[in-house]
Design a protein around this ligand. Structure first.
Ligand code: ADP
Length: 260
């Protein structure tokens, strides 16, 4: 993949889709998908937008579980797939197309072909915003997706841990190389509040993302704590902004949605 040599802009439009926002992280396991899901639902519910969610993490699709998507997408008369909707968000994921638990052992070109199907081969209807849960990392796949989807902007998710922040910096640099504006950095797993003594513990370090964002001239979009409810909601397929809409965390996700 050659940076800066993307296809023509006119080839890149997805019919009916106004803006495309990527949720990315340099490293896996930092809460990128959790963020993508809660951001997408907040954009739909709080900001009253028409929202789509594309799971571009083809090798490890987690959106069907987190959004409790059932069945396979139907195909419309124009031979396009119809996204599966839940919580007011129209979703498309490889996990809805293959058998549950199936291992996807494809090389890069196959993945890009699948993503092409999952974007332009989909009848999204009219969308204000399509949120893309990116695959983790900053390799060829991420660069290709950024170029082929003509992203309006990217949200970088990181924990406050040095190793995650180092990768987050790589992500920021990658997006700037392909001319995608960074909408901000979201710190996830910022602290854990002990349910007994209410004291916060900074398990992965304190204030790392704020510092990194400042150093790189980016805005910090928020600080999401490490919370059992965030994990259990995801596992149950009901995002925390749906299961506990009045919680501090849900408000924080709502603020992120308003900022982006
Ligand atoms: P990624 O997409 O970066 O690989 P996920 O969103 O899948 O990460 O999150 C990894 C795991 O951590 C999941 O089990 C998820 O429920 C959990 N998790 C993510 N963010 C939080 C949080 N703030 N508090 C508790 N658990 C979280």
């Amino acid at each position: 993949v050659q940076i800066g040599k993307g296809p023509n802009a006119k080839d890149l439009k997805i019919e009916g889709v106004k803006d495309i926002i990527a949720v990315a992280s340099g490293k896996g396991g930092v809460g990128k998908s959790t963020t993508a899901v809660n951001l997408a639902v907040s954009l739909a519910k709080k900001c009253q937008l028409k929202v789509g969610l594309l799971d571009a993490d083809v090798y490890g699709p987690s959106i069907p579980l987190m959004m409790r998507l059932q069945g396979k997408p139907e195909v419309s008369t124009d031979k396009k797939m119809i996204p599966i909707e839940n919580y007011g968000v129209r979703c498309m994921s490889m996990g809805s197309l293959v058998e549950e638990g199936a291992a996807i052992v494809w090389r890069g070109p196959m993945v890009m072909k699948a993503l092409e199907q999952m974007t332009r081969g989909v009848n999204w209807g009219i969308l204000d915003v399509l949120v893309v849960d990116m695959p983790p990392g900053t390799g060829d796949a991420q660069i290709s997706i950024s170029q082929r989807l003509q992203l309006s902007g990217a949200v970088i998710v990181s924990t406050p841990q040095d190793v995650a922040l180092l990768d987050a910096r790589r992500g920021i640099k990658m997006f700037s190389q392909v001319n995608v504006p960074i909408l901000g950095v979201l710190e996830n797993m910022s602290y854990f509040k002990c349910p007994n003594c209410k004291e916060p513990s900074y398990i992965f370090g304190k204030g790392g993302a704020r510092k990194t964002a400042e150093e790189m001239g980016m805005q910090l979009l928020g600080e999401i704590p490490l919370e059992v409810d965030i994990r259990s909601s995801s596992d149950e397929g009901v995002p925390i902004v749906v299961s506990r809409p009045d919680s501090v965390v849900s408000k924080a996700y709502g603020d992120v949605a308003e900022k982006v």
